[in-house]
Design a protein around this ligand. Structure first.
Ligand SMILES: [Zn+2]
Length: 201
């Protein structure tokens, strides 16, 4: 994690949360020297992770750029699956790609199955990858892309009711609810790029 992505939260004289990179001597709200807190300073959990440190997960990242500095909610996301050894499998214009660690160092990782499902996860992933459908000649930006690969994997996985019929349905029901905390972090982080503190309204 780079040190710039450190965001600290505290409350001083009222219930409004103050976000900063470093706790100031004087409170930005009441201007008095800070002796004690309404809420002790704590570091916001950094929401992003390296795919290779997140085995057995579904991972997403912006198609272009990174979450912290570049991502807007209307931007395209790229999605992949991490096996139990930390290799990312993804379907893109060159076909099926394994690994590519460097592009997955600041992604969001979703753990959706319990530990006991690990072997089954790997097995279904291997079976899905063996399908010749996932070759470069079949890739279509709109109709057969990284999301279709993941949706087909989830369908074959048969874990609870994790079956989605379209990318839109998958994003609405699965992705968007899971990225809300990360979006809040991004918003605060960007406000603190140009200011010493930010007060939640
Ligand atoms: Zn104060």
């Amino acid at each position: 994690m780079d040190s710039e992505a450190c965001v600290i939260c505290f409350k001083h004289c009222c219930s409004r949360a103050i976000f900063c990179k470093q706790v100031p001597d004087d409170c930005p709200l009441c201007n008095s020297a800070i002796a004690d807190y309404e809420l002790e300073p704590f570091r916001l959990p950094y929401p992003f992770t390296k795919a290779k440190e997140s085995p057995v997960t579904v991972v997403i990242r912006p198609s272009i750029g990174n979450f912290l500095n570049d991502y807007n909610v209307t931007d395209d996301l790229h999605i992949g699956i991490v096996d139990s050894e930390g290799f990312v499998w993804e379907f893109d214009t060159p076909g099926l790609i394994k690994d590519d660690f460097l592009n997955w160092e600041n992604c969001l990782a979703f753990k959706i199955v319990p530990q006991s499902w690990t072997d089954h996860w790997d097995q279904i992933l291997r079976r899905t990858c063996n399908n010749r459908k996932w070759s470069s000649i079949n890739y279509r930006e709109d109709t057969l892309n990284c999301f279709d690969f993941v949706l087909e994997f989830l369908k074959a996985l048969k874990f609870e009711d994790l079956v989605f019929f379209s990318k839109e349905e998958f994003c609405q029901q699965f992705i968007i609810p899971k990225i809300q905390d990360a979006l809040k972090f991004i918003t605060i982080y960007r406000k603190l790029r140009d200011a010493d503190y930010f007060v939640a309204s």
